[in-house]
Design a protein. Structure first.
Length: 557
């Protein structure tokens, strides 16, 4: 078997696959990513995507994309299309291997009939509440259903009637006949099929009113597709005996192996689709692609790159141990990626007008400025300089705190890539509001150090005559608590400062040519992505991540 170079992260699943190939157990590995189309994918799913598709690439195998679409009440085409879009954006291709569990409904029905004929499944008339009561507890065995000993002929007749829609929802189920005293609750005659009438399935329409359960569908779908290694998170470890039982009891064409790994738990985030759906439907965020959410769509709008997400998933590794990953690890991975790829621009988020009185009114200079300080291949751009500029209000202080190295009355500061200026006068309006600084400049300091004095501060700016108006959204962590809802109230942990919208920002002229999805480092401000252009042509930028991690310091203050 020809393989690519060994992975730098030889985790335990990698080693299992390597051994299976070396022993001849498999000629080629075949994995799958099996999302349920009942919501958008999040960063936890990205870990599974990178693992399943990554291993297939590493060992020159195959990876399917299969939708486990057995619960039509919560599924729809929007989610199907969003999931495909997200997997492609992450950089993976399933080729012609796009499948739906509903593709196999007829074959799954046939496997259920096979179990009935082997007296390994029966139709049960207990209600859902009664089934739960009969199931027992972790310390007490369950009780057999009074319908457990129906004959195969009666079970087959009833099962056919269930398919035909003869019974109301919840009135009957098909259950596996395993062991009501098993210490594993999943083996206590689990439900295999339930009735759902009057539901339009996004793939099969109204053809079926009888739907298989996940624990029956998933192993047999794997077997039908020839999956060799069925990789899932640790919450399915107790389901593995049922996974194996289902495959072993029917004439499945292959015997996949289920292997569990720890799911991704990320600080200041929730990974439950139920909770994410609640946040969306109750309006706590602005849709599934809100940049504050850990969804792939949200991270894409926020400016994360697929490369950064893949690198993050590789860094956290694959283990059997549950852990809580620090948000700072994800954010630092994004910073490292964007530091290398994002061209630099200047943007003034809270503009303060500066008039350089000794600079000629009719003069205009176009300064050649590098697009990246560490990568000459990114070239240069022309930045206009004129008499009237904007600087950020936070870069001026009349009563500066200790260590302040920016502009003060009578003080000097260097304008990034341009001249040293001195603040000569502070102008206020009739209400006392600061509206303008009157400054002078040293014409001999363009690209040079001033003679006879040391100027420590460097600030960014834009030419007022050439600046582009912009709206900037400053996104922060959605929750204040590392484990949201740990005290029982998820909403109480929402961060009220997770979004700040700044209107009237001024960005440099070169950004007028930017297209949506373009990423930049706004010097001294952070990394941003152009999200959209409004109908009036105003640029709208989302902050991806700040230049450094200041979360803990801000929380403590």
């Amino acid at each position: 078997m020809s393989q690519t170079a060994p992975s730098p992260n030889r985790h335990f699943i990698y080693q299992i696959i390597e051994a299976d190939l070396a022993s001849g157990k498999h000629e080629r590995i075949h994995t799958r990513f099996p999302p349920e189309p009942n919501g958008y994918l999040h960063i936890g799913h990205a870990k599974s995507i990178v693992l399943n598709f990554g291993l297939a690439q590493e060992f020159r195998g195959l990876c399917n994309l299969r939708f486990d679409d057995t619960n039509p009440h919560k599924e729809n085409r929007e989610y199907v299309e969003a999931i495909q879009r997200d997997v492609r954006w992450l950089g993976y291709d399933w080729g012609d291997r796009l499948y739906f569990a509903s593709d196999y409904f007829e074959q799954l029905y046939g496997f259920a009939v096979e179990l009935i004929r082997k007296e390994l499944a029966y139709v049960c008339d207990l209600s859902p509440e009664e089934i739960r009561a009969y199931r027992g507890t972790l310390t007490e065995p369950g009780k057999n259903s009074p319908y457990r000993n129906r004959s195969p002929e009666e079970n087959l007749r009833l099962f056919q009637q269930m398919r035909a829609g003869a019974f109301p929802d919840g009135s009957r189920t098909l259950r596996a006949k395993i062991d009501m005293a098993s210490p594993n609750m999943n083996l206590r005659d689990p439900v295999l099929y339930r009735i759902k009438r009057g539901v339009v399935h996004h793939q099969t329409g109204t053809e079926w009113c009888l739907y298989p359960m996940y624990d029956f569908t998933h192993p047999l779908s794997d077997a039908l597709e020839g999956i060799t290694h069925s990789l899932c998170t640790l919450e399915f470890e107790d389901h593995r005996p049922l996974y194996d039982w289902v495959i072993e009891q029917v004439s499945a064409p292959s015997r996949p192996r289920q292997i569990e790994f720890s799911r991704l738990n990320l600080q200041y985030s929730v990974m439950s689709k139920r909770l994410l759906t609640r946040l969306v439907e109750e309006g706590h965020v602005q849709g599934w692609d809100d940049p504050r959410l850990p969804t792939i769509a949200g991270m894409r709008r926020r400016g994360y790159t697929p490369e950064a997400i893949r690198n993050f998933c590789q860094r956290i590794g694959i283990t059997k141990s549950d852990n809580l990953v620090e948000m700072s690890l994800l954010e630092n991975t994004v910073r490292e990626d964007l530091d290398a790829r994002a061209p630099r621009r200047m943007a003034v988020l809270r503009p303060l007008r500066v008039l350089i009185e000794d600079y000629p009114e009719d003069r205009e200079e176009w300064l050649q400025v590098p697009n990246h300080p560490k990568d000459a291949r990114m070239g240069h751009r022309a930045v206009p300089f004129s008499r009237c500029l904007y600087i950020d209000r936070k870069d001026f202080s009349e009563q500066p705190p200790p260590g302040f190295k920016r502009l003060v009355p009578g003080g000097e500061v260097r304008l990034r890539h341009a001249y040293v200026i001195r603040c000569e006068q502070v102008i206020r309006d009739e209400t006392g509001q600061l509206v303008e600084l009157r400054c002078s400049h040293d014409p001999d300091t363009l690209g040079k150090k001033p003679q006879g004095r040391k100027v420590k501060g460097v600030i960014h700016w834009v030419s007022a005559a050439h600046a582009q108006p912009a709206t900037v959204r400053l996104y922060d962590r959605l929750f204040r608590a590392p484990i949201p809802g740990a005290d029982g109230d998820l909403l109480a942990d929402l961060n009220p400062d997770s979004l700040e919208v700044l209107q009237g920002c001024q960005v440099e002229a070169a950004l007028a040519q930017a297209t949506p999805g373009s990423r930049f480092q706004f010097e001294r401000e952070g990394y941003f992505i152009l999200d959209e252009r409004t109908e009036g042509g105003t640029l709208c930028f989302n902050r991806t991540v700040s230049l450094r991690d200041t979360w803990e310091k801000r929380q403590q203050s």
